[in-house]
Design a protein around this ligand. Structure first.
Ligand code: MEV
Length: 319
């Protein structure tokens, strides 16, 4: 008997780190926001054929054997196969189409979001709704392939429905007086988080005391930012962002293009700006003085060469 086709969907959104990237890999806290305007949706369907996978990052079926597939496809395939293993299912009879708008390799959590959406969709084919803990573990499996020693921040942040404080491996909802008027701007240049994390690690092997002091300084900025967000002190929050960008630059994870967008934000009157995510390419996050000033800040960043600018709305639904 021919079984009717079954379908299920999963989705996840982008994330942006306000403060704490890199330091979080060494157990320090970090603050992240959902970036609701950038999302990934995975549609899983049962088929009579093998496995097939289509993503916004390539066209075709699952990864080619000749090593020419983009990294993003290999990661998506790892998510698909690992979810099937988790469910105890064979590696055939599933077709997954991933669509969405999160640019890859920009520090916005695209690898975590793709893995999260695929795992939810594939489990959904069997009527299984993964718990957050199960979904986290499946995403972390792929994140380990993507960048070696993921802190877990991206996996949590791309599933969270609001801003989080990530501390000691756990994500907590963040108390805020008001939503800070934040924008994210893309240099258009790929940044490889794994390489940036490896660079900080190599530097720490040479100078543990110096790098640990920088990571501690970032932890102090995160604690201060938590208080600023609770009291609504945007000027103090912005100053911490500029200081953090300086520390990350000294750690070697900024780039001329990221520095140019941070300077453009400052000239346009931003209260704060810094790189966000792994760095060495990717995006900056900037704080406008008021919500009404966001369009002007976004326009200044575009004029300075940003390839995309998105405002941070602070909440998102994930299925
Ligand atoms: C990447 O979005 C954030 C990093 O701190 C890496 C991690 O937390 O695993 C650079």
């Amino acid at each position: 008997m021919h079984e009717p086709e079954r379908r299920a969907e999963g989705s996840a959104h982008a994330k942006t780190i306000l403060l704490g990237e890199h330091a979080v890999v060494y157990g320090r806290p970090a603050i992240a926001f959902p970036l609701a305007s950038l999302t990934i949706t995975a549609l899983a369907r049962t088929t009579t054929r093998g496995l097939s996978l289509e993503t916004p990052y390539h066209r075709g079926s699952v990864a080619r054997d000749d090593g020419t597939s983009p990294r993003e496809v290999l990661l998506a395939e790892a998510a698909l196969r690992h979810t099937l293993d988790f469910l105890g299912k064979p590696h055939h009879g599933v077709d997954v189409t991933v669509t969405g708008s999160i640019p890859a390799a920009r520090g916005l959590g695209s690898s975590a979001a793709v893995a999260s959406a695929i795992s939810a969709a594939v489990a959904g084919l069997d009527g299984v709704r993964l718990s957050n803990a199960e979904r986290f573990e499946l995403v972390q499996f792929v994140e380990r392939i993507a960048h070696g020693t993921p802190s877990g921040l991206d996996a949590h942040a791309t599933m969270a429905s609001g801003p989080i404080l990530f501390e000691r491996g756990e994500a907590h909802p963040l108390a805020m007086a008001t939503l800070p008027p934040l924008v994210v701007a893309d240099t258009g240049i790929r940044g490889h988080t794994g390489a940036a994390v490896a660079m900080v690690r190599a530097r720490r092997e040479r100078d543990a005391r110096g790098v640990d002091a920088s990571l501690d300084d970032i932890a102090v900025l995160v604690a201060g930012a938590q208080a600023d967000l609770a009291s609504g002190d945007l000027a103090a929050l912005g100053e911490r962002m500029y200081v953090c960008h300086g520390i990350l630059s000294e750690l070697g994870v900024s780039s001329p293009e990221l520095n140019a967008l941070v300077s453009a934000a400052r000239q346009a009157g931003a209260l704060g700006a810094k790189l966000t995510g792994g760095g060495q390419g990717g995006c900056v996050i900037a704080l406008a003085p008021t919500a009404a000033a966001v369009p002007q800040l976004a326009a200044a960043l575009t004029a300075a060469g940003a390839h995309g600018v998105w405002s941070v709305t602070g909440s998102e639904e994930t299925t």
